[in-house]
Design a protein around this ligand. Structure first.
Ligand SMILES: Cc1ncc(C[n+]2csc(CCOP(=O)(O)OP(=O)(O)O)c2C)c(N)n1
Ligand code: SF4
Ligand SMILES: [Mg+2]
Length: 328
């Protein structure tokens, strides 16, 4: 395996590099947390990085004709192809270096995808890539919980009951999306024992997120990260509350922060405190702040809360391994 960069962990936000590699020139919505994920991701990775991105808001709004915020080399790839694009690029670099056609140095390869592109359409390519442990790369799935770029259609990562253009509440059926959010990072961690690093993050906890990017790129082999990104347009709230909503997602226990390193699971930050017994905030605190849940009745909120309670009280590992897997 080729070597990786040794990206040291940041002790705090003050230690983060000043250099901006995702700058002006993008046209994402005001308050877009996915854009913040891009900014933090490349800040953590540094200039010797190639970024690949599948179709979605972070491609379309970031590469409007003749304008781009990317300072590093960047390439678009098809909606379901973040896995294959990352693998092909890492393999290409390795071949060029071994033939002496490119200077032999560690270059980070990051491919990002949205939840539509990663949790749904490109899942098989990501899975295949996570089995090729001879290549170094990171696939980062930024999850705004919808197919946002095509006007907020429901995805396998959308929350139960959320209003979307494909699941609008009606008089006959108030809850149109009856599927529970897919457990993408957990599924990939359990299914790919040779992948050395799989983690979840949220840009509201910037240092934690950046350190996870650094660890994913330094550890070697194919790695995966899943971030939860508040999206003012799709979630229907004032853009000034993005940061707060990310924190609420973690503090209510809806979103669990963890990393799986060489098969060992560790819960991080507030999620670790919740696992140790700190009181979770009521889920309603998070739901009532977003227009996509405005049609929820008291019963709907109670149902949502019961599912989160079950995840924290009955799952083998909250947010990662559901109950029943080892029963019997
Ligand atoms: C194969 C294919 N099908 C459909 C589309 C249309 N399309 C472009 S972006 C997009 C939404 C992608 O959603 P997601 O991956 O969650 O990224 P987001 O837009 O939310 O950032 C869709 C359906 C496409 N580009 N390619
Ligand atoms: S729709 Fe959501 S994800 Fe897309 S640019 Fe706007 S805030 Fe960002
Ligand atoms: Mg999306």
């Amino acid at each position: 395996m080729t070597t990786t960069q040794d990206l040291i962990p940041l002790k705090g936000v003050k230690q983060s590099p000043v250099e901006e590699l995702f700058t002006s020139g993008h046209r994402t919505c005001q308050g877009c947390e996915s854009a913040l994920v891009m900014k933090l991701m490349i800040k953590a990775a540094g200039p010797r990085t190639i970024v690949l991105g599948s179709t979605g808001c972070m491609y379309v709004a970031n590469t409007t004709y003749y304008s781009t915020p990317w300072v590093v080399p960047w390439m678009h790839t098809q909606l379901g192809s973040s896995g294959s694009a990352a693998l092909g690029t890492a393999a290409g670099l390795k071949a060029l270096m071994s033939k002496g056609k490119l200077k032999d140095e560690p270059i980070n390869v990051i491919a990002f995808c949205g939840d539509g592109g990663g949790a749904d359409m490109g899942l098989s390519a990501i899975s295949a890539t996570l089995t090729h442990n001879e290549y170094n790369l990171l696939i980062l799935m930024y999850d705004n919980e919808s197919y946002a770029n095509t006007d907020i259609q429901v995805s396998g990562s959308s929350p139960w009951g959320a209003n979307s253009t494909f699941s609008p509440p009606g008089t006959l059926h108030r809850i149109m999306n009856r599927r529970w959010k897919k457990n993408t990072a957990g599924m990939l961690a359990v299914g790919h024992p040779q992948a050395r690093y799989i983690a979840t993050g949220c840009a509201s906890y910037a240092t934690d997120m950046m350190n996870k990017v650094r660890k994913a790129l330094s550890i070697g082999g194919p790695t995966f990260m899943h971030t939860l990104d508040p999206c003012p347009k799709g979630w229907d709230y004032d853009p000034m509350y993005s940061h707060e909503l990310g924190m609420l997602a973690v503090q209510t226990g809806i979103w669990v922060q963890y990393e799986v390193e060489d098969g060992k699971v560790t819960l991080n930050g507030p999620s670790k405190m919740l696992a140790k017994g700190k009181k979770r905030l009521p889920v309603e605190e998070y739901l009532k702040r977003q227009g996509r849940f405005a049609h929820f009745t008291k019963e709907d909120i109670a149902y949502f809360q019961s599912q989160i309670d079950e995840m924290w009280e009955k799952w083998w590992i909250p947010g990662v391994i559901p109950p029943g897997i080892a029963d019997g």
